[in-house]
Design a protein around this ligand. Structure first.
Ligand code: DOR
Ligand code: ZN
Length: 344
């Protein structure tokens, strides 16, 4: 197959940042996606509808002329989020979910939740109203090895939350393990998972063998090969509980190439092409449309995009660097060859 036409995809998890960064991130999102779920981990975070409204306006102001790409907004849960905040989110046409970050787990998560059990009333209200809970599924306990943090989160917290709130709509974001994929597959309630391109294309050897590659450092961290294989299987299986979420998370080059480098991979320069590469390698290009363009929309109760996009087998080389907010960033797969190219 040398050409693939699919319904225009959506990104169910991305970071646009703010202000000067939007000039890079918003056109990149609009390049191939119809909609994007915009993560709320700004400083300060997007905690309520007023902040989401203002952020959305700034994003829309950065949208290229004639683009129909839509930002879908998310509220950031804190220890102080109330049931009223959830009711306000539910009443707002452009807020589509609330995001749980464990305090201290990742970039800009300092205002995250310190004790999950404190959120029971919030989860109760979300369940009742059908508001989607997006989980950064890692424990932050310093005793837990960083490679085990997702699996331990599932055992310690996810099992309890699913039992207590069986009808709560939940996305386990950017799953990175066999345990994550298996847990979602074996669940009966409305539980889905997003999967990033970096977790499909790379494992921890790519990040650590022969030298540390900081541009592959993201959280949850890349795992061993067995987990990469399980994620490829889940993404390409046609199971509608697994869908596209890039977690594209730009950081300036100096913040990544640093003695204490930031977590996050930027993939929006070539998001759908990177997924096409992973699906092609697995012999599963026929499953790309469901994963990229239908299953997420079904989960979020949204219509499919009306446009289509076409990918051609037309090898090209990913740029080594991209201008970003007065500096530069190093994109995922920088300098590497990709086989699939989006037709303009
Ligand atoms: O690697 C990551 N980067 N993981 C996250 O959860 C946050 C993100 C970011 O905002 O940079
Ligand atoms: Zn993220």
């Amino acid at each position: 197959m040398d050409q693939l036409t699919i319904i225009q995809p959506d990104d169910w998890h991305l970071h646009l940042r703010d202000e000067g960064a939007l000039a890079t991130t918003v056109p990149a999102a609009a390049r191939c996606f119809g909609r994007g779920i915009v993560m709320p981990n700004l400083v300060p975070p997007v905690r309520n509808v007023a902040a989401a409204t203002a952020y959305r306006e700034r994003i829309l102001a950065a949208r290229p002329e004639n683009s129909e790409w839509q930002p879908l907004m998310v509220l950031y849960l804190t220890d102080n989020t109330s049931a009223d905040d959830i009711r306000a989110a539910h009443a707002c046409a452009f807020v589509h979910a609330c995001k749980y970050y464990p305090a201290g787990a990742t970039t800009n998560s300092d205002s995250g939740v310190t004790d999950l059990e404190r959120l029971d009333e919030v989860f109760e209200t979300m369940q009742e109203l059908g508001v989607v809970l997006q989980m950064h599924g890692e424990v932050t306990d310093p005793d837990i090895d960083i490679f085990d943090r997702e699996a331990v989160f599932i055992d310690r917290h996810l099992v309890r939350i699913r039992e207590k709130f069986p009808a709560l709509k939940m996305v386990l974001e950017h799953i990175t393990t066999e345990q994550g994929a298996t847990f979602v597959r074996n669940s009966e309630g409305p539980l889905a998972a997003s999967i990033t391109p970096q977790h499909l294309l790379y494992n921890r050897n790519d990040m650590l063998v022969g030298g540390i590659r900081p541009h592959l450092f993201c959280l949850p961290i890349l795992k061993r090969n067995r987990h990469q294989t399980a994620l490829i299987e889940a993404a390409t299986s046609g199971d509608s509980r697994f869908f596209l979420g890039t977690d594209s998370a730009p950081h300036p080059r100096h913040a990544k190439e640093n003695a204490c480098g930031c977590a996050g991979c930027y993939s929006h320069h070539a998001a759908i092409e990177l997924y096409a590469e992973a699906f092609d390698r697995a012999g599963a290009l026929h499953q790309l449309e469901g994963f990229a363009s239908r299953y997420g929309a079904d989960f979020y109760n949204l219509a499919y995009n009306r446009r289509k996009i076409t990918l051609n087998r037309d090898p090209w080389t990913v740029p080594e660097r991209i201008d970003y907010d007065g500096g530069e960033l190093i994109p995922l797969a920088a300098g590497q060859a990709l086989n699939w190219r989006l037709q303009n």
